[in-house]
Design a protein around this ligand. Structure first.
Ligand code: C2E
Ligand code: MG
Ligand code: MG
Ligand code: MG
Length: 282
């Protein structure tokens, strides 16, 4: 009986593994032409002033509309794209599209808020990231000062001198650099000090319950004070409640982002969101 049971568990496990492997391969193959087939699109999530709730910028987030599977979350396909190298093409498509759209909104008089774009740490290897960005700025006509890139602490596994050099060249184009998901990796603010960055984005892990958990709230307070003393702006992401908003506003966070203010929005809905705020102003 024990042997039988062992067999069936083994077979079950094997089948699951096979399914997930073939699903992975299917997704990988699909991703190869997703960019060219026009299956990727962007959503835009506002970043707001902690006290007024008014938008001060926004983040462009990639979405994949798969012909058969429908919507696939970036949390699922970005890691796959990173392991196959396709992330380079995807991120550059996102960067170009975000710049094109932001410039179109500027030219149309909707707004001139800066856009944030996520960049995988994979760009800090052999690819000519700086040349690629320079070309996109030329093509789209968007000035660097309207762009912020978001990179995670995983850049620290790259050769630090190379990363610093690349980031300096990006900064020289007027582009701001944020460290995304801060607090989920292993870097300290002290390490971050070596990079030419201007913003740290506190991960949702830092946000959740920080208003109620005393130990957590003192860590968060110390991190924000230290970041400010290093002349870094602090963005808190994943704000979901009024309690969280007032807590982080009280700690002098510079910008807030989260479902409490707005989920990521389609182009049309984001335009309406900005439009309605423009109307309130006049
Ligand atoms: P991220 O850059 O840290 O983006 C924030 C994620 O948190 C987004 O998930 C956003 O929708 C979600 N979020 C925003 N507010 C809240 C909130 O109040 N509560 C909760 N629970 N979540 C909130 P999304 O869009 O699914 O993206 C997931 C991750 O995928 C991003 O995390 C980023 O790491 C990656 N990603 C997205 N677009 C790109 C891209 O164009 N290139 C690269 N390399 N990565 C991307
Ligand atoms: Mg981000
Ligand atoms: Mg993040
Ligand atoms: Mg993230």
């Amino acid at each position: 009986v024990a042997k039988d049971k062992g067999m069936s568990v083994y077979q079950f496990y094997n089948q699951e593994l096979e399914d997930s492997l073939s699903e992975k391969m299917e997704l990988e193959n699909g991703m190869r032409n997703a960019v060219e087939a026009g299956q990727l699109y962007l959503e835009y999530q506002p970043k707001v002033d902690p006290h007024t709730g008014e938008p001060v910028g926004f983040e462009a987030l990639v979405r994949w509309n798969h012909p058969e599977k429908g919507f696939i979350s970036p949390a699922k396909f970005i890691p796959l794209a990173e392991s196959t190298g396709l992330i380079i093409d995807i991120d550059m498509w996102v960067f170009r599209e975000a710049c094109r759209q932001t410039k179109a909104w500027q030219d149309g008089g909707l707004m001139s808020l800066p856009v944030s774009v996520n960049l995988s740490a994979k760009h800090f290897g052999q690819v000519p990231l700086v040349d690629n960005i320079r070309q996109i700025l030329q093509e789209t006509g968007l000035e660097g000062k309207f762009i912020r890139i978001e990179i995670t602490e995983s850049v620290f596994i790259r050769k630090l001198d190379d990363v610093i050099e690349i980031l300096k060249q990006i900064r020289d184009m007027g582009i701001g650099v944020s460290i995304d998901d801060f607090g989920t990796g292993y870097s300290s603010l002290n390490q971050l000090q070596r990079l030419p960055i201007s913003v740290v984005k506190l991960d949702r892990n830092f946000i959740e319950n920080a208003d109620r958990d005393r130990r957590k709230s003192s860590v968060v307070r110390a991190v924000i004070e230290l970041a400010h003393s290093m002349d870094l702006k602090v963005v808190a992401e994943g704000i979901e409640t009024e309690q969280e908003r007032s807590f982080f506003a009280g700690l002098n966070c510079d910008e807030l982002q989260g479902y409490y203010f707005s989920k990521p929005l389609s182009k049309e809905r984001f335009e309406r969101y900005i439009q309605s705020r423009n109307e309130r102003e006049v």
